[in-house]
Design a binder for this molecule. Structure first.
Ligand code: IPE
Ligand code: IPE
Ligand code: MG
Length: 249
């Protein structure tokens, strides 16, 4: 069976370039081309959702040159994305904290999401200035703000004590399903398979909530070299797993 949703940590651009005696940025350029091709391959194989880690909340710590190269690469990706998405009937969404992104990038994201929202082919989600812990914290703040507003508006004539009791009741009744509506991935199913390229055996703050029951596949292949046959290998591995979700064998 082909996994419905694959999460991808596209790692190893720098090491790939270094091995070729080139600057890290050369690896990022090639990596962005790999992403375009993998989206087509994945969709042809029957995958419905792809979520990729493009820039983490921690990646700002890299050199100014590298960060600005990555932001410019993103700009050109966004520029051609509407055309590319239209050709491939692809719906593109972005998760992560947009606040710190440049104004023109924020606008391009809104435009792209709007232009592709009715496309019915592959669902591509790009994690940008994304950190899983940050996503959860932002989600908690959003939900608390809404609950407090509900209580104060619905019961404006009640005493402060009653309002507080109502609020505490609401907080104590929060369940996992409600909370996921406050995550950036609202409306997107959890990934079935997570692939990390380039050999590191960690998730680096990628989708900690959503990956709770996901199968993990690690490969030494650097992201710029990742291709359809590597993807098929990962899917084959996925098919050997016994998906249990906590149940008995
Ligand atoms: C992944 O490749 C791309 C981004 C994090 C933007 P890296 O840049 O992390 O490459 P390595 O891991 O240093 O080889
Ligand atoms: C994770 O890769 C982030 C992206 C692929 C965008 P990193 O290369 O930044 O992660 P670490 O530093 O190896 O954990
Ligand atoms: Mg890396």
């Amino acid at each position: 069976m082909v996994p419905k949703h694959i999460a991808l940590i596209m790692d190893g651009n720098g090491r790939w370039a270094k091995a070729k005696g080139k600057p890290r940025t050369f690896g990022h350029k090639k990596g962005s081309e790999t992403l375009k091709q993998i989206c087509k391959d994945a969709y042809n194989l029957g995958v419905e959702y792809i979520t990729v880690y493009a820039f983490s909340t921690e990646n700002w710590k890299r050199s100014t040159e590298e960060v600005s190269f990555l932001m410019n690469l993103l700009r050109s990706y966004l520029k051609e994305s509407i055309k590319n998405a239209t050709e491939n009937n692809m719906r593109v969404r972005v998760i992560g904290d947009r606040e710190d992104l440049a104004e023109d990038i924020k606008e391009a994201i809104i435009k792209m999401e709007e232009a592709t929202k009715d496309f019915t082919g592959l669902n591509l989600t790009i994690a940008l200035n994304y950190g899983g812990r940050d996503e959860i914290l932002r989600g908690i703040k959003k939900q608390m703000n809404i609950l407090i507003k509900e209580v104060t508006i619905e019961s404006s004539d009640e005493t402060a004590d009653n309002q507080l009791t109502q609020l505490l009741n609401k907080i104590n009744n929060i369940n996992e399903k409600d909370f996921t509506l406050y995550l950036d991935t609202k409306g997107i199913p959890d990934p079935d398979l997570m692939i990390r390229t380039s050999g590191e055996l960690r998730t680096s703050n990628f989708l900690p909530w959503q990956l709770a029951y996901t199968e993990f596949y690690f490969t030494n292949c650097h992201w710029p070299d990742f291709n359809r046959s590597e993807l098929e290998k990962a899917i084959e591995y996925y098919n050997q797993r016994d998906r249990r979700f906590g149940g008995a064998k």
